[in-house]
Design a protein around this ligand. Structure first.
Ligand code: NAD
Length: 456
């Protein structure tokens, strides 16, 4: 079967790729199994040097890579460049932190007894990835996986396969053995076929629905499974917040990458005392967002990567909200522009019986609710099956900490939002996932500790 890649801004056919088949995936797996042993046997400094070379190649070709990314997922070019620049910092973190976690550590000695822990790679791991930040979510997996001596079968999303092939090209050019990193091309059926093979772990980024299917499949073989899933991330703006910085900051958190980020702000609760000035500045900011050609460096809102399906989904969320009493303050419909665009949309008079306040929108659309106090905000923020991030804007760190401590989320933000750091664990609770990437935890995820009880 051939996979067609379309530009969501123009619908132009960018290319056709041959999808992998169960037979070709098996061949890649068998070769990866052999390559992994050789790769893991190399001294760490050699692997480190190769990944550092990969970073240099990414830097040198950043413009070309950004253009490819923009053409296939519609990400505005300035944001594609930001993503690639952000990958470099993440690689630096992994290069600096991995070595200390490898090797054998003696943790106890007593007379003739020695207790040690060794840290080997898992083996051949599957990395099934999303399209919205292919360099970030892919790099969070394949960089530490390779540094720790694993081989990686990398399935980019069918919507970002050209970028997946660029990543493969640069890793090979940097010196990663051909069979230690292999892209597996195709849609969900190909991802599913990859998991029919005896991989030693699966590291997935994508939607909750697919995550559940993957976890079910992984359970049959009892392999390590890590899931980075979606969210319905809330923000609370308390009455003592600085409206001037909060409103534009939160608008950026909701609309950056046309809202197609796992940690996009998806719900906003505003204290009644500052509702009017906050709403005014927030709506003004959103009206100022420039929608258009994603290759134009001035464009802020690009087309939607999932094209018509996502435009229709957002239109249905608006219709559902309006039927139940919501008011459209800004936008509200498919943009009057060639390609698959949705107007940046702000809804008020929303409630939790509306899809827009419950289901991940993954688009340029946001609902705002007025609340009377912190307790009401806390109850509404927690009223979700997801648990990725939550933010509180307030002058008081104590007030924000109190509220954020009570929420079941992986990341807590005070006076900021939609932010990821390589030094901190990135994880979702409940329907937002299992396990974590980034930080030293996100390196240890690729290691299998072995306990040694040694009596001389
Ligand atoms: P998706 O679930 O549709 O697809 C993700 C990947 O899974 C793709 O490569 C797809 O081909 C593959 N796949 C689909 N069905 C499969 C199956 N049955 N078996 C194996 N593989 C299968 O998600 P998407 O649209 O690519 O990404 C958007 C979602 O990802 C959003 O929900 C977003 O919040 C989430 N996301 C989460 C994070 C995070 O770090 N938590 C980061 C980025 C994106």
């Amino acid at each position: 079967m051939r996979l067609q890649i379309h530009n969501p801004a123009t619908d132009a056919l960018l290319g056709e790729l041959e999808s992998d088949t169960p037979t070709s995936i098996l061949a890649k797996f068998d070769q990866a199994r052999i390559a992994q042993r050789e790769w893991a046997a190399r001294p760490f400094p050699e692997r480190k040097q190769i990944i550092a070379r990969f970073k240099t190649l990414v830097m040198a070709q950043a413009n070309k890579l950004a253009k490819t990314l923009t053409s296939e997922v519609g990400k505005p070019i300035a944001q594609s460049r930001n993503e690639i620049a952000g990958l470099l910092g993440r690689i630096d973190f992994f290069l600096a932190e991995t070595e200390a976690l490898l090797g054998t550590k003696t943790v106890h000695t007593e007379d003739a007894l020695s207790e040690q822990i060794s840290h080997g790679p898992l083996g051949v791991v599957a990395n099934i990835s999303a399209w919205n930040y292919p360099y970030f979510v892919g790099g969070n997996v394949f960089v530490p996986a390779l540094l720790t001596g694993n081989a990686v079968l990398y399935k980019p999303s069918e919507l970002s396969s050209l970028t997946g092939l660029e990543i493969q090209r640069l890793l090979h050019e940097a010196g990663v053995p051909e069979h230690a990193f292999k892209a597996v091309i195709g849609d969900g059926h190909v991802g599913s076929a990859l998991l029919d093979l005896p991989v030693d772990g699966v590291f997935f980024t994508g939607s909750h629905g697919t995550g559940v299917k993957i976890a079910r499949k992984a359970a049959e073989r009892l392999i390590k499974v890590q899931l980075e899933l979606g969210g319905k991330d809330p923000v609370y703006v308390a009455d003592d917040a600085d409206v001037e910085t909060a409103a534009p900051g939160i608008a950026d958190g909701a609309f950056y990458n046309a809202g197609q980020s796992c940690c996009s702000v998806e719900r906003i609760y505003v204290h009644a005392a500052i509702w009017e000035p906050f709403l005014k500045l927030f709506a003004e900011t959103v009206r100022g967002f420039r929608l258009g050609d994603p290759t134009d460096p001035q464009t802020y809102i690009g087309p939607l990567a999932r094209r018509s399906a996502q435009v229709d989904f957002l239109a249905a969320q608006v219709a559902d909200a309006q039927e139940k009493g919501a008011q459209v303050l800004v936008g509200g419909k498919r943009a009057d522009h060639a390609g698959h665009y949705f107007e940046p949309t702000v809804l008020i008079n929303v409630s939790h019986d509306m899809s827009v306040m419950k289901d991940e929108s993954f688009g340029p659309i946001i609902g705002l609710m007025k609340v009377q106090n912190d307790e009401e905000a806390q109850a509404l923020m927690n009223d979700t099956a997801y648990g990725l991030t939550a933010a509180v804007y307030s002058k008081s760190e104590e007030r924000a900490r109190k509220l954020l401590s009570s929420l079941d989320v992986g990341s807590a933000y005070w006076n900021c939002c939609d932010r990821v750091s390589p030094r901190l664990p990135w994880s979702g609770h409940r329907n937002s996932g299992i396990g974590c990437t980034l930080s030293t935890y996100g390196i240890e995820a690729f290691l299998a500790p072995k306990a040694w009880h040694l009596r001389r």
